[in-house]
Write a protein that binds this ligand. Structure first.
Ligand code: PGA
Length: 255
């Protein structure tokens, strides 16, 4: 199970210290890791290196991923961060196509596909977010939206695989109406997504499906089904170390 904390534009140094202090106890994290459960933290760019060092010095076996990156390799793109720079920072993967990127920064399905190609060729694990708005759900166009968002990316993944790049890909199903609202999709809806990916793109495509959208210690147990959900992408709740522990305890038991 991959448990990812998407910190978005939150967490300064002092807050990161407080977060890590509240998670102290390296033994339990190693025990969870040995059971196949991983915690991955996604801070803002300036803290990637710092957070990696802090985790190492505390013997906390957490992964570090970025929240975004540029599709271009390098050059005159002021304000952007390349895949190679993320690799340099010891980052293992990157969230791509989050609905906030699509909504506020105009990221298109095509741009997300370009970024995924770059991530794969650089050896970064892409976690590709997709999901419908409330209006799209109400108008019955979910399947069409999912295919439109996943299709171009899956095409790139297959092409990369044909070229010998075997980096896995995770999909984060994050219905826009569930993000930060306190409402979650039900297990039934997540099953529907999983079966849609299987039918539209093949068995392989659904093998790394995460769910995100108002996951917390109360909602998480009802959203977990072996073989369907391979992890969670958590925003608000995982800004707080106490909540992280509560979710882990509830799902995986205290080692
Ligand atoms: P949320 O955010 O857990 O606060 O709903 C999830 C996300 O946007 O990744």
């Amino acid at each position: 199970m991959l448990m990812i904390a998407n910190w978005k534009m939150n967490m300064t140094k002092s807050e990161i210290f407080a977060f890590l202090d509240s998670l102290a106890g390296e033994d339990r994290w190693r025990a969870w890791r040995d059971r196949g459960v991983r915690l991955v933290l996604c801070p803002s760019y300036p803290y990637l290196d710092f957070l990696g060092d802090q985790c190492k010095s505390r013997n906390l076996p957490f992964g570090i991923m970025a929240q975004n990156m540029c599709a271009f390799e390098k050059g005159a793109y002021t304000g952007e961060v390349s895949a190679a720079m993320l690799k340099d920072q010891g980052v293992e993967g990157v969230l791509l196509g989050h609905s906030e990127r699509r909504q506020y920064f105009g990221e298109t399905d095509g741009a997300v596909a370009e970024k995924v190609t770059r991530a794969l060729s650089t050896g970064l694990l892409p976690v590709v977010c997709f999901g419908e708005t409330r209006q799209e759900r109400e108008s019955g166009s979910c399947a069409e939206v999912w295919s439109r968002q996943v299709g171009p990316v899956w095409e790139r993944v297959r092409k990369s695989r044909a070229e010998g790049i075997q980096t896995p890909v995770y999909w984060a199903y994050e219905p826009v109406w569930a993000i930060g609202t306190g409402q979650t999709a039900g297990l039934e809806e997540i099953r529907e997504v999983s079966s849609h990916l299987r039918k539209a793109f093949g068995e392989d495509c659904a093998s790394g499906l995460l769910y995100g959208g108002s996951v917390n210690d109360e909602s998480v147990s009802g959203l977990c089904e072996k073989g369907t959900v391979h992890g969670f992408l958590v925003g608000t709740a995982f800004l707080d170390g106490g909540n992280v522990l509560r979710v882990f305890d509830r799902l995986f038991g205290r080692p």
